[in-house]
Design a protein around this ligand. Structure first.
Ligand code: NA7
Length: 548
């Protein structure tokens, strides 16, 4: 943002925080309403998660042709994805292109973090303060801060004694990191760890993979996208997009209707093998509707996955250590391009932190209870304060000084993922109570931003100045979210979905598991019912209510 714009925009209609997929689209939509928009982004550029996660091998686990905006036909036609699953540089290039094409960059102040967001009931406005000391008064705040954007810092004794380099996958430097010929330790075997290890195993001297819990990983079966394939998808893109929007996961794959228990063992195996060849995160869940609901159905898929690991890893002891035993899918399933095979290389060493935990770091590297691992570089792939971390990091105070962290003392709650009771005119994108991380994020982001845009249009049309989710509606919605989740195996796992990776966090499965289609239907129904569960008012002193 230019200095001139920054000075002029100390009063804006809308502040948008974040310049990832959500923030860019939010700025675009707000601008089409003719509103003045002030964007704030802590990174030096656009991209959000795709700016920060530039670790080796970073790649999306949703297909490129679906993990992109659908709002503009010309954008769709002009951008050419090169692979079935795009790698980080290509997604970042796409977002750079979007920012330039729609001239969104000038709306943002980069290298700037939001320090506080304080509600003023008298003026019905928010005061946003940045870490540079700027203050922006605005009618609406859109927190487009992402679900996986607050990296968990490593909390290991002796970290500062280490003489080598340490890095976090979720905060990877922009400058190239030289890993060829180095001795490297990777801590963590979620998606980030698995992708990093697979990418660097061929180039590093020695690779030590420090695994606490093995994860299931499906083959991506990634491949270049040919012109014919792209053209045929684009020819019917609207239809495909509509299917995504009304599906569970936000992808064009048909939602399964059959139980894994309803077919013969032979037929089940045939489907799993078919899925494995097809590849992707749904490799073992595409065929059956009860993998996430039935212990028995899940067990079949687990057996198949462990069998695949044994067939890919030559050393049976290593294969056993790599074999997960939790319900498949209840911790985010990884998607890889040859992960298990790296353990057949002589320079790759699996370290089982369950049997030999880390004691401390020291100048040479990492000391476990059993050995000293001397390395040049330690890469932490230990995850995020997921779903709410980036919001909880900001000092957000709503009505009567109520803070967001107070609102979330018993776990993250929200109404339809777009608002939290007590915080009028503040919108979240894919917040608690939305399909968020269990969906194609771009599909969910467009739906959220469109819904918020329409709400603002409605408010302006009828002269309302204040919109707030009611506590009762939020309670009802979250009870429904939890009830649905409890019908599945998801809440049983110690996953970041329930905040189990954050010490002291109250466990709560806050993701709306029914998926994008049912969520969209409910959001639409709420609007048709006169913004049911939201209190809209003109902002006069008597707080004339429109709808409750
Ligand atoms: P994840 O999926 O949270 O994975 C983090 C990994 O790091 C996981 O294997 C953890 O083991 C491990 N971990 C976390 N803390 C430690 C410590 N202190 N010591 C050792 N190991 C640790 O994060 P990712 O970045 O891989 O992926 C996040 C999402 O981004 C991913 O699902 C995609 O949706 C994109 P644990 O399982 O807790 O025992």
């Amino acid at each position: 943002m230019t200095q001139q714009a920054a000075n002029e925009d100390t009063r804006a209609d809308v502040v948008v925080v974040g310049a990832g997929f959500a923030g860019l689209y939010a700025v675009y939509r707000m601008r089409t309403l003719g509103l003045s928009v002030y964007g704030i982004e802590r990174a030096p550029g656009v991209g959000g998660t795709w700016h920060w996660n530039r670790y080796p091998g970073a790649r999306c686990d949703i297909e490129s042709l679906d993990y992109c905006y659908g709002f503009d036909d010309e954008l769709l036609a002009e951008w050419r994805w090169t692979e079935r699953y795009a790698a980080q540089p290509e997604i970042l290039a796409y977002l750079d292109h979007v920012a330039d094409r729609f001239d969104l960059r000038p709306h943002f102040e980069f290298n700037t973090s939001v320090a506080s967001v304080i509600w003023n009931e008298a003026t019905k406005s928010w005061l946003v303060t940045t870490d540079h000391g700027e203050t922006i008064e605005c009618a609406y705040v859109i927190m487009a801060t992402g679900n996986l954007s607050s990296p968990q810092p490593p909390a290991i004794d002796g970290l500062n004694d280490f003489k080598g380099t340490w890095l976090h996958t979720g905060n990877w430097p922009i400058e190239p990191v030289e890993l060829a010929g180095k001795k490297v330790a990777v801590v963590g075997t979620g998606s980030s760890g698995i992708q990093t290890c697979t990418a660097i195993a061929p180039i590093v001297d020695e690779l030590y993979v420090l695994q606490r819990t093995p994860n299931y990983s499906m083959p991506a079966q990634n491949r270049p996208l040919g012109d014919d394939e792209v053209n045929s998808v684009l020819a019917n893109y609207r239809e495909r997009r509509t299917i995504c929007e009304w599906s569970d996961a936000g992808t064009p794959m048909p939602d399964p209707t059959e139980s894994a228990l309803s077919v013969s063992a032979q037929e089940r195996r045939r489907r799993y093998e078919q899925g494995w060849q097809m590849g992707g995160i749904s490799s073992l869940s595409f065929a059956f509707n009860d993998m996430f609901r039935s212990e028995e159905a899940n067990g079949f898929a687990q057996d198949f996955a462990r069998e695949q690991i044994r067939s890919m890893v030559q050393d049976p002891a290593v294969a056993e250590l790599l074999s997960p035993h939790h319900h498949i899918g209840t911790k985010r399933t990884c998607v890889d391009t040859g992960y298990y095979q790296i353990y057949n290389q002589p320079n790759v060493h699996l370290v089982d932190l369950k049997s030999e935990p880390i004691v401390r770091m020291n100048p040479g590297g990492i000391e476990t209870t059993d050995q000293q691992i001397d390395v040049d570089v330690v890469i932490f792939a230990i995850g995020f304060d997921a779903i709410t971390g980036a919001l909880a990091d900001v000092d957000i105070r709503g009505v009567d000084g109520f803070t967001l962290n107070e609102a979330w003392a018993n776990g993250p709650v929200g109404y339809l993922g777009v608002q939290v009771a007590g915080f009028p005119n503040l919108f979240t994108i894919t917040g608690p109570g939305s399909p968020s991380v269990l969906s194609n994020m771009v599909i969910s982001i467009e739906q959220h931003v469109d819904w918020i845009t329409e709400a603002i249009v409605h408010m302006r049309a009828v002269g309302f100045k204040r919109i707030e989710a009611t506590g009762a509606a939020q309670e009802r919605w979250m009870a429904h979210v939890v009830e649905l989740a409890n019908q599945t195996l998801y809440p049983k796992a110690n996953s970041w979905y329930v905040g189990a990776n954050i010490p002291g966090r109250q466990r709560l499965f806050s993701v709306y598991i029914a998926g994008c289609g049912p969520f969209r239907a409910e959001c639409n129904r709420v609007v048709e019912a006169g913004y049911e569960g939201f209190e809209l008012s003109r902002g006069t002193s008597d707080r004339e209510s429109a709808h409750v």
